[in-house]
Design a protein around this ligand. Sequence first.
Ligand SMILES: NC(=O)c1ccc[n+]([C@@H]2O[C@H](COP(=O)([O-])OP(=O)(O)OC[C@H]3O[C@@H](n4cnc5c(N)ncnc54)[C@H](O)[C@@H]3O)[C@@H](O)[C@H]2O)c1
Length: 235
Amino acid sequence: MTSKTALVTGGSSGMGLAIARKLKALGMDVTVFDLQPPPEELRYFAVDIRRDSQIKAALAELPRLDILVNNAGVYFEKYLEDTTDEDLDTMVDINLKGTYRMTRDALPMLLKSRGSVVTIASCLGVVPELTSPLYCATKAGLVMLTKCLAQQYADRGVRVNCVLPGPIDTPLLQRSFPDEETARRCAARIPLRRIGQPEDVAAMVAFLVSDEASYITGGAFPVDGGVSSSSLYSK
Ligand SMILES: NC(=O)c1ccc[n+]([C@@H]2O[C@H](COP(=O)([O-])OP(=O)(O)OC[C@H]3O[C@@H](n4cnc5c(N)ncnc54)[C@H](O)[C@@H]3O)[C@@H](O)[C@H]2O)c1
């Protein structure tokens, strides 16, 4: 993996930071695009994935690109009847349009390197959370985007996969838990009985972008403690 160059969006916090650290530890040349700078030494460009001109200007600074990790995203809970047009625009602009735009703009570089894309969707892209239909819909869109792009570019050597994290201990999740008791109740309902760590997701990303995964494309891989495979008949 030593010579590969990787770009992680939203790599300054939570899962993105763990992914950037992991890929760097594997010897890759890692760049972060984020709204805020990373808390440690990583090549960083201030890029809002809602802004095409910012993405293109930063990509032009990179000599090559082998790996794109689409991780930047936002989460909030709103029932349908409480969702404002502003909420709708924010969530769709970042989670869906931002990821779409980022991938489109990076595509020429990825085709050149016969590279690979991993998008951080969510288990909520395949199982519903009633308090966040809009978030679920954007993440479901990313699962389908992954399948379409995987089919479209497979014969040109570009692999495209997505990861479906369950609850992972990051600032995003911490913001949605009002207290420790809520976190404990959440963990108790997860089949593996714990909230995931950002490193659990980083390990999956590192595998998917590696040569070990060279026969894997179009996949949506849960890293969710068993949440998306649980059912009425689970314990
Ligand atoms: N934490 C969870 O439980 C969980 C579960 C499933 C999926 N996810 C997904 O994982 C991804 C990472 O989430 P996290 O929990 O690490 O969140 P986080 O809030 O800790 O980190 C998200 C990062 O994305 C950046 N970002 C946000 N909007 C951006 C934009 N427009 N342009 C560039 N950067 C932007 C933020 O500045 C931040 O650094 C998100 O896509 C999220 O939806 C999180």
